[in-house]
Ligand binder design. Sequence first.
Ligand code: ZN
Ligand code: ZN
Length: 226
Amino acid sequence: MVRITKRVRIAELLEPEFFGSVLNHNVTVIENGPNGGLMIIDTSLPENFDTLEKFLKSWGYSISDISDIVITHSHVDHFGNAERIKKEAKAKIYAHELEEFKVEKVDFDQVKKTLKDVDQDEIKKTLDRINNMKIEIPTVDVKLKGGEELSGFKVLHVPGHTKGHIALFGEGVLITGDAVRNVGELTPPLEFFCWDYEQAVNSFKFLASLPYKVLIPYHGELVYKN
Ligand SMILES: [Zn+2]
Ligand SMILES: [Zn+2]
């Protein structure tokens, strides 16, 4: 639990068995969203719903205080709780108009080819978990193009990881979703998970060049710059 600025907090959630390691999810929570309540950027997985609720409670809020849900892109670790929160809180969902939301099964052989160093049992365990999650597909209320402003945060279209990936930038805080990764070092997303890797690298360079004070990648550690 980190408070970044007066309005911005991070709920750090964990995916404990992710191909032999632990993957974190930095869910950003911003006060005074466009519809007056909390604006949440990405939502993690159903298995983390209760922990997200606990974070909100420890800050004096509840799920029903969320009024705006921004989804950076159409991967399940980002949209997994969006529809549930929307229903419980009567919140609006925002995403780029080019994003297509669906739940795709991940193929064992393809992963094995890419993650050569990871134990096969670990791959199997992770895929069993991922491929059996019950996920509701979010219904998007506000389709974005990039260039909009959401409560002081500018929407940036940063394609590459997916077609319609977005980032948010405001008050010195840059929320990058998966367009920037900081697991060990600051890098573009993993090539294997990208729709168009060349565009992903360009988007990464663009985001890294912005005059941010703090960069919040969805996976990995925050980056502070003076
Ligand atoms: Zn992703
Ligand atoms: Zn992700």
